[in-house]
Write a protein that binds this ligand. Sequence first.
Ligand code: C5P
Length: 402
Amino acid sequence: MLSGKKILVGVTGSIAAYKSAYFVRELIKLDAEVKVVMTEAACEFISPLTLSTLSKNPVAIEFIKDEETGEWQNHVDLGLWADLFIIAPTSANTLSKLVSGNADNLLIATYLSAKCPVWIAPAMDLDMFKHFSTRDNLEKLTHEGVNVIEPTSGELASGLDGKGRMEEPEVIADLINDFFIGDSLLIGKHIVITGGPTYEAIDPVRFIGNHSSGKTGVLLADECAKRGAKVTLITGPTNSQVIDKNIEVVQIKSAVEMKTAVEEIWNNCDIGIFSAAVADYRPKLAAEEKIKKSDKNLTIELVKNPDILLWAGEHKKADQYLVGFALETENEIENGFKKFEKKKLNLLVLNSLKDKGAGFGHDTNKVTFLKEDNKIVEFELKDKSAVMVDIINEIEVDLSQE
Ligand code: C5P
């Protein structure tokens, strides 16, 4: 699945441009986010309206001037937006411009600005495809790292039979899917993730909670799913939603409910990532009816909640991998390592409250990894989603060394 992946589809003036409608639909079916950039000639073969409707995004054809800055920048924006730029079909004309860098249209200017992998799916008549200019251009682009999806053989629009048909849209979409899943070690692994706060009921309308937004659990779940893992996210109340529809989301409220949900599946999981901000205490008794206000003070007795991560560590099998989070305010490293040992972790992600931009309610975070043999890995302040990528990468590195 391509959830969260941004695919920019370039369409050029070839009869195979009609296939781009099917191609965009395939990518959308795989949950990709799709934008389309077309050449003027492509618009003769397929309507931009068709592609904007299917891609659910406006189609870019011309350079647009920013009214505020007076700058032309949509080619730069598109080029930087994409995780992958695929030009399908690629006409012989566009092919030669990709080599010469003749940026007289938005598609080529976007290509020159793109920082992501670029793929091309040539489509042309058999003699054009055989021509030394075409071969030469393809060789140069391949040498520069452009991925060429070879055309197939068969009946061509000219009526001739030979090599030059653009590869079928489903095949190209599958190749893109394989490219993103790649050879991740998480493919097929079952990962349980806890996230969000827990709400501990005082009575039917009141609870003890905390400021956790639940974003971390959701981002972790999406990153793991993106890499081909089977993900179960057990989360407390949150407004954040996972993008990948294959993620099983188990919604709970209290720590006790979270523990029950974890206990049910931990034995069958390969990896556990426990990011939830679980309340350490809960009211001993949750009143069945709303507690009436009176003139007297109210004392609520709190009892200790189960430590779910500790339970998972104690029941961890040798081949299970366990990640915990910790937020310390003093002696961070020392306390972190104590937690690492006690909870039998493979990785502890230490959050610091001291750093600006880290902790609750920010879109950024600064973390330190604590690992076996007192290994410490420190990171810069980053976007929360980039922090999640670092965490999952670290797990992959450890799995590769097993
Ligand atoms: O001990 P401390 O609460 O600092 O540990 C934090 C880590 O333990 C986090 O990974 C959190 O998700 C987990 N935890 C838990 N159950 C609790 C408390 C914390 O799973 N009751």
